[in-house]
Design a protein around this ligand. Structure first.
Ligand SMILES: [Mn+2]
Length: 263
């Protein structure tokens, strides 16, 4: 599932259409596994509602639902911890930076220490079979750690107890984009973290293609099939989709096209 950005009710509709939740919004995915690529919050109306839904589905599914750390989760946490302090951008506070990037005040009011603890534990990347899942289309994760566990440990430490400067640096890394239309860059990620293809969100497919978000109905495969972008840009009117990763077989080789299809 691509970036939700506060579109909690659209998320429910997409999961219902995919047969993953029932009419009462309860998990009914059976043995399915679901990953969200991060950025549940900001831009859209109900980011905390989206977090609460995902957390409940994680419980109901017995761990079959995972969610990556997006830059907007880091942003929200940065405001909670350092609201008025200055970022590296001259004269801009964390609160101003967050607002400029779609921060929604009602989310900040609803944010609890429990939400912050959940955000702190989110993995920035994950492997599902041969698929490497990341939020942002960047190799900057390699600066945070050279294994999935190392990246998770370093982000957890920064989010839990890092200084404003540490969090600002982390924001810079996980907000970088559009670096993966280069097989060498992609291979550097796969060599470190494993897998034979990358799936990411963060950069709206509509922006990449220069089309209206309402016309985006499926994932975008690029870099010779090594990389798939699933950012459906719900907050700007994208109808959204659930990208399906085939399972039960080894993933495609490096040159193969990913076996993703929209549903
Ligand atoms: Mn993002």
């Amino acid at each position: 599932m691509g970036d939700v950005h506060g579109c909690r009710d659209v998320l429910v509709e997409l999961l219902r259409d995919a047969g993953l939740v029932d009419r009462d919004e309860r998990w009914q995915g059976g043995d399915a596994r679901l990953w969200l690529v991060g950025d549940l919050t900001d831009r859209g109306p109900d980011g905390i509602g989206a977090i609460d839904l995902v957390r409940r589905l994680q419980d109901e599914s017995g761990g079959a639902v995972g969610c990556l750390l997006g830059n907007h989760e880091v942003l929200l946490l940065s405001v909670a911890r350092f609201a008025g302090e200055q970022t590296s951008i001259a004269g801009e506070s964390f609160h101003e930076l967050w607002r400029r990037n779609g921060g929604v005040e009602s989310d900040l009011r609803a944010l609890t220490p429990d939400h912050l603890a959940w955000i702190t534990e989110l993995p920035p990347l994950a492997r599902e079979g041969e698929t490497l899942l990341i939020h942002a289309d960047t190799t900057a994760y390699l600066d945070l750690g050279t294994s999935i566990d190392a990246v998770r440990r370093s982000t957890r430490t920064v989010l839990a107890q890092g200084s404003a400067e540490d969090v600002d640096d982390l924001l810079g890394a996980v907000s970088d984009r559009m670096r993966l239309d280069d097989p060498e860059a992609v291979r550097s990620l796969l060599d470190a973290y494993g897998g034979s293809r990358v799936v990411h969100g963060h950069t709206p497919i509509a922006a990449v293609l220069g089309v209206d978000p309402r016309d985006v109905t499926e994932p975008l495969s690029y870099c010779g099939g090594l990389v798939t972008n699933v950012d459906h840009c719900l907050f700007a009117g994208g109808r959204g989709f659930v990208a399906r990763l085939e399972r039960g077989e080894r993933g495609p080789g490096l040159e193969a096209r990913p076996s993703l299809r929209s549903s």
